[in-house]
Design a protein around this ligand. Structure first.
Ligand code: SF4
Length: 169
C-alpha cells in the first residue's frame, strides 16, 4: 500500500486515453503552465489523502474500466506511490495511461537521480508528455491539449531507446 495525495478521481472517463478508464488526478504540480485548466491541483499541500489500495478497490468494482489514467497535477512527483498502484493494477489486467509535464527525454535523462521515475515509466503503456502550451492549444487533438504534446508508446520507446509515437496520435 502507498499513500497518495489526490485532487480527485473520475470513475468512468472516455477522454483520458483509450476505452473507459478511471482517471486519478494527483495533487501538486511544479510546472505552472499558462492556461492550465487544473490550477487547483498546483498546491502540494492541497487535495486529500488516499492510498493505492483504496483507488484499486474502487477501480475493481467497475468491470467496464479497462485501465487507469494518471493525471494531475504532476504524476511523476508521486512516482514511487503511483508505481506501486500501477504494478497492482497491471496484475488486475488494467493498462496505464499517464500524463506528465516533463518530456520523455527529460525523464529518461534523470533516471539516475530519480529512480522512481524509471520505475513508473516502465509500468506505463502510454505517456502524454510535455507542458501545456497555450499558443499551441488545439481542440482537434486526441487526449492532449496542445500540439507539442505527444502520445508515446512507452514500451516500444524503452525497447528501442528512442521516442516511438503511439498510433493514438
Ligand atoms: S503540467 Fe498539467 S497540471 Fe501542471 S500546470 Fe501544466 S497543464 Fe496544469
Amino acid at each position: 500500500m502507498a499513500k497518495l495525495r489526490l485532487a480527485g478521481i473520475i470513475r468512468e472517463s472516455i477522454v483520458d486515453g483509450p476505452g473507459i478508464r478511471m482517471t486519478v488526478f494527483v495533487q501538486g504540480c511544479p510546472h505552472h503552465c499558462k492556461g492550465c485548466h487544473n490550477q487547483q491541483t498546483w498546491d502540494f499541500d492541497g487535495g486529500y489523502d488516499s492510498t493505492s489500495e483504496k483507488i484499486l478497490e474502487e477501480a475493481k468494482k467497475d468491470k467496464l474500466i479497462k485501465g487507469l489514467t494518471f493525471s494531475g497535477g504532476e504524476p511523476f512527483e508521486q512516482a514511487a506511490s503511483l508505481a506501486i498502484l500501477a504494478k497492482e493494477a497491471k496484475k488486475e489486467g488494467l493498462n496505464i495511461f499517464c500524463y506528465t509535464g516533463y518530456t520523455y527525454e527529460y525523464l529518461v535523462e534523470h533516471f539516475d537521480k530519480r529512480p522512481e521515475w524509471k520505475e513508473l515509466l516502465e509500468l506505463c503503456d502510454w505517456l502524454v508528455d510535455g507542458k501545456f502550451i497555450l499558443e499551441e492549444k488545439s481542440l482537434m487533438l486526441h487526449f492532449r491539449g496542445s500540439k507539442n504534446q505527444r502520445i508515446i508508446d512507452v514500451q516500444k520507446s524503452l525497447k528501442e531507446n528512442k521516442v516511438v509515437l503511439s498510433d493514438l496520435n
